[in-house]
Design a protein around this ligand. Structure first.
Ligand code: ATP
Ligand code: MG
Ligand code: MG
Length: 544
């Protein structure tokens, strides 16, 4: 791939290296919460964190931010590891925030001892009323003046399980009149009598994200803690925690804009609902913007990394056109994969002057882009299928394909002239009667005349039936311009392919000549069934 583009984060790092803020260390982390599968937005963060570490000879950890026991699951942990590896990255250490629960507890005790944290009995509702608004300062909790001793005892009792969920919390003692609401004595520990996927029932108090995250980063020696823009207002709290804990060389939080993509939704919660409600066929449904979905759809890690590189990193939220992602996969596949002929919507062609009972083999190149991929033999005989779209009884202007009296090239074979049209009683075209010119065989050097159209075909006798799954976007706009789930995002149908496709292994990608890129579905392709997912069509609507 290309060299990592320089961005504002790299500028910050280069300044830090110059000033030796962290010596020569550059240490990043990718910190997903294991509450769902990763999506293409996470890929942006993964590429940024791992390639930034690579660029500066540093390291990057994979850390599961598993401080919320209820929504997390080992299925998600495993899928996240697989996805990061598949994208082509190797973490330095694999870590869990929950491994630091003891340390986080000690830190909380240290804050209490400094008079910087207190146990508060206000209900969630009361706390909300005390918090104030953007224009109004908050009110101090009546429990704010508890003694250090009382706070230590109560916090210990919280840990021992003497209180019910929500009965008490531990709050940082900062400033109820801060203009930044995040600094108005935020909750740093809450009670949750819940089984944790990693620590089981050892804990019934859990640290809040804003308190836990800086400690996790600091313990690991992270230098640059890269996160998304919605955490910008939380940065003062991040810094406060590390300052009060007197951490030396504390990590710094740097925010960048999330990736948003047209025709997609980038929220684990929404994606989980699609899975749970059966609107898609699991997290790896090829229509999903998840890494697992994109992988099954046939996207490559190279294309996704290229995409993340091209969209760059900025401080301003924006919407990226999904056409760019499609452009990246086309660019990656165009000289990687072989071409095959498939007829999706068949119309029979009979070559009336071609002998019956003869099948010849014609040579067709496997790739237009890469001669080294060689040629293959494709059977050709008197009866063939072509696409219905490649015929018009009354041609439009500039239509160079089949119509009565017109001659076209059948890819890799002969010039063929449409002579007659056969129709059923309802007037539907059922067959074309054509003739071929034996002189015009491909590769014979024939140059007596030229034709304007080349179309693909398959031999009727030897054609194999394959299944095609063709996709629309997951999200579309309704009349009011609102994003809705596309009710028509999957089309499944049978198609005719050249016989070699019978031997396709699951996971093989092809260009289906004149159609687009396809992959033999990993789960549904086996010895008898060949099921192809459409990766992307051939044409790009994206303008450079
Ligand atoms: P979601 O709302 O989809 O659950 P999240 O931010 O809660 O996303 P996390 O598991 O916390 O998901 O994300 C791990 C990392 O990936 C975080 O650093 C987060 O900022 C980053 N990330 C998540 N979504 C995007 C996105 N759309 N673009 C860029 N980075 C993202
Ligand atoms: Mg998160
Ligand atoms: Mg989330």
């Amino acid at each position: 791939g290309e060299q990592t583009a320089s961005n504002f984060i790299h500028n910050i790092i280069e300044k830090d290296l110059e000033n030796q803020t962290y010596g020569n260390r550059v240490y990043t982390r990718f910190p997903p919460e294991p509450n769902g599968y990763l999506h293409i937005g996470h890929a942006k963060s993964i590429c940024l964190n791992f390639s930034t570490a690579q660029k500066y000879n540093g390291k990057c950890n994979l850390r599961f931010d598993d401080t919320n026991p209820v929504k997390e699951d080992t299925e998600y942990v495993e899928s996240i590891e697989a996805d990061v590896k598949w994208l082509g990255f190797q973490w330095d250490k694999l870590l869990f925030a929950s491994d630091y629960f003891d340390k986080m507890y000690e830190c909380a005790v240290a804050l209490i001892q400094k008079g910087k944290a207190y146990v508060c009995d206000l209900t969630a509702e009361e706390m909300k009323q005390h918090r104030g608004t953007l224009t109004e300062p908050g009110k101090e909790s009546p429990y704010r003046t508890r003694s250090v001793q009382e706070n230590l005892e109560l916090f210990e009792s919280m840990k021992q399980g003497q209180f019910k969920d929500g009965e008490k919390v531990l709050r940082a003692k900062i400033d109820m009149s801060s203009p930044n609401i995040n600094m108005r004595d935020p909750v740093i520990y809450r009670i949750a009598h819940a089984e944790h996927h990693n620590t089981g029932d050892k804990w019934c108090i859990y640290p809040m994200y804003d308190y836990a995250h800086p400690i996790e980063d600091a313990i690991e020696g992270i230098t640059h803690s890269i996160c998304t823009l919605e955490f910008e207002d939380h940065r003062p709290l991040y810094d406060w925690v590390l300052k009060e804990l007197e951490w030396e060389q504390p990590p710094q939080q740097i925010e960048f804009a999330r990736l948003n993509l047209t025709n997609m939704v980038m929220s684990k919660r929404y994606l989980k609902a699609l899975v749970d409600d059966g609107n898609v066929d699991g997290w790896d449904d090829p229509r999903m913007p998840t890494i697992a979905g994109l992988r099954r759809r046939g996207f490559t890690p190279e294309a996704i990394r290229d995409f993340c590189e091209r969209i760059g990193v900025s401080k301003a939220n924006s919407m990226v056109d999904i056409a760019l992602l499609e452009h990246c996969i086309r660019e990656d596949l165009k000289d990687k994969v072989e071409s095959r002929m498939v007829v999706m919507n068949p119309l029979k062609v009979v070559i009336t002057n071609y002998p019956e009972d003869v099948t010849e083999e014609v040579d067709i190149e496997n790739s237009k882009e890469d001669e080294a991929k060689g040629i293959r033999k494709v059977p050709f005989s008197r009866e063939l299928y072509v696409e219905r779209d490649d015929f018009m009884e009354i041609p439009e202007k500039k239509y160079f394909r089949l119509f009565p009296g017109n001659e076209v090239r059948f890819k890799g074979a002969y010039f063929i002239t449409c002579q007659d049209v056969v129709k059923d009683d309802d007037g539907n075209v059922t067959e074309l009667r054509c003739t071929y010119d034996p002189e015009t065989r491909s590769g014979s050097g024939f140059d007596g005349r030229k034709v304007k159209g080349t179309i693909h075909w398959v031999d009727a006798k030897t054609a194999v039936k394959i299944k095609i799954r063709s996709y629309g976007y997951l999200m579309i706009e309704d009349e009011k311009g609102e994003n809705i789930l596309n009710p028509d995002s999957l089309k499944e149908f049978e198609a005719y392919g050249e016989p070699a496709l019978l031997h396709t292994a699951a996971g093989t990608r092809y260009q289906f000549f004149r159609h687009g890129y396809y992959i033999a579905d990993e789960a549904l392709t086996n010895d008898s069934d060949k099921v192809f997912n459409q990766i992307v069509d051939l044409k790009s609507s994206w303008k450079k």
